[in-house]
Design a binder for this molecule. Structure first.
Ligand code: APR
Length: 384
């Protein structure tokens, strides 16, 4: 099995990359562990920033997003002092989000990739990657490429193929866990809402007219099974302060999953003939919904560099791939970290918890009252 570019993983990173390479006539093969059915139904992120919408549109990948994505330009913050909205579409650079569930995007990207003559093999688990020879071993045997791109997420094998003495992994476990909940319920508010509460953070994010995502900060060792529907709705009601701001529109909980807030960045994101993109290169905590957007940004940069290498034998952009992406990744990480400290209070055991709590309130007031803080927020919230 041979291909000019072998891609491991059919998430947003691998599929956007595959489509862009096919548009330039480059021979590609994607190897994906899951079945087609599985990857096309996995509900994950849903917020596409302005750069992602641009990449998808410019490369002919946006038909579904333009047809059924919802433009979203406002978020709201609630705490003991009240609620305020930020219309970020009119702040900063004036950019908005498009809400388009990731499984729909993945479905569109697979169809278009095949239409462009790309090859993809589902139910293939890669077990080993040799970065020097661009050889990949998997349960179906072996595949060889001129280049290999690891788009296999944060627990994939491509990270392990980077030599430990040459690549540094900068990692942080924020010590915070969210119960990520999908509900068959219409949205309760028009905006994404972040609720700050002494019981912990709660978030509300519309996904589609029938599906709403909620997040509840929980103990790291909590078991999702300990959160039956009634407990989820009653805790959401407390943290969302429904007595003050109105009731939530309840419905059955269809998915409950623990998400530990973790971030890491691999530097450099390449070695020999192997390049990493998406969560494989950098995992970002979901606090600012940037994961899929970073993946799409990297896929575009890498597609251009690989195209130069394959069509013109010019590897300058490939050599600069990590240098090009890392500053943008770190800015997203920095903002995401800023949001984590805004949304979550200190653990009660911390000696200066009281001090930190008041600082957090002051940060929120700056965001409520200061135009320059709001512009900072808007620019970083939607931008990459
Ligand atoms: N062999 C083959 N495929 C693999 C292997 C393996 N050993 N390991 C993982 N995969 C596949 C997974 O099944 C998955 O489909 O790689 C894919 C990785 O996709 P994602 O986890 O979606 O990662 P990425 O494309 O980087 O997307 C980044 O999108 O889901 C959002 O917010 C999320 O931050 C994430 C972003």
């Amino acid at each position: 099995d041979r291909a000019t570019v072998l891609i491991v993983g059919a998430g947003p990173a691998g599929l956007v990359l595959g489509n862009l390479l096919r548009a330039n006539g480059i021979d590609t093969l994607i190897l994906e562990r899951g079945s087609r059915e599985r990857v096309q139904t996995r509900a994950r992120a849903g917020f596409l920033g302005a750069n992602s919408a641009r990449v998808l549109t410019e490369h002919g990948l946006a038909a579904g997003m333009l047809r059924s994505g919802q433009s979203h330009d406002t978020c709201a913050f609630r705490d003991a002092e009240g609620e305020f909205e930020l219309n970020y579409g009119e702040l900063g650079r004036g950019e908005v989000h498009t809400v388009y569930p990731q499984q729909h995007l993945v479905t569109d990207l697979i169809a278009e990739y095949l239409h462009r003559g790309g090859r993809i093999r589902f139910d293939v688990t890669v077990t080993e990657i040799d970065a020097a020879t661009a050889t990949v071993r998997h349960n179906g045997g072996e595949s060889r490429g001129r280049f290999v791109v690891g788009c296999d997420g944060s627990n994939g094998v491509s990270r392990r193929a980077l030599p430990a003495d040459l690549a540094t992994r900068h990692a942080r476990d924020h010590g915070i866990a969210w119960l990520a909940v999908l509900t068959e319920a219409p949205q309760s508010m028009t905006a994404v809402t972040y609720a700050l509460h002494d019981n912990g953070f709660a978030g509300h994010m519309a996904r589609s007219p029938q599906v709403t995502r909620y997040y509840l900060q929980v103990c790291a060792d909590d078991d999702p099974a300990a959160w039956p529907d009634e407990r989820i709705w009653s805790e959401l009601a407390i943290r969302m302060r429904v007595d003050r701001f109105g009731p939530l529109r309840e419905g059955p909980v269809t998915e409950r999953r623990m998400v530990r807030l973790r971030s890491d960045v691999v530097d450099p994101m390449q070695h020999g003939r192997l390049f990493l993109a998406g969560d494989a290169a950098s995992l970002i905590s979901p606090s600012a919904a940037k994961g899929a957007n970073l993946a799409i940004m990297q896929a575009e940069v890498l597609a251009r560099a690989l195209t130069d290498a394959v069509t013109r034998e010019d590897e300058a952009a490939l050599r600069a791939y990590s240098r090009t992406c890392l500053p943008r990744i770190w800015r997203a990480q920095e903002f995401s970290h800023w949001m984590i400290t805004l949304l979550h209070g200190p653990a009660a055991a911390e000696p200066d918890a009281g001090f930190q709590r008041v600082l957090r309130r002051a940060r929120l007031s700056s965001l409520r009252d200061s135009r320059s803080h709001q512009d900072f927020f808007a620019e970083n919230y939607v931008g990459i």
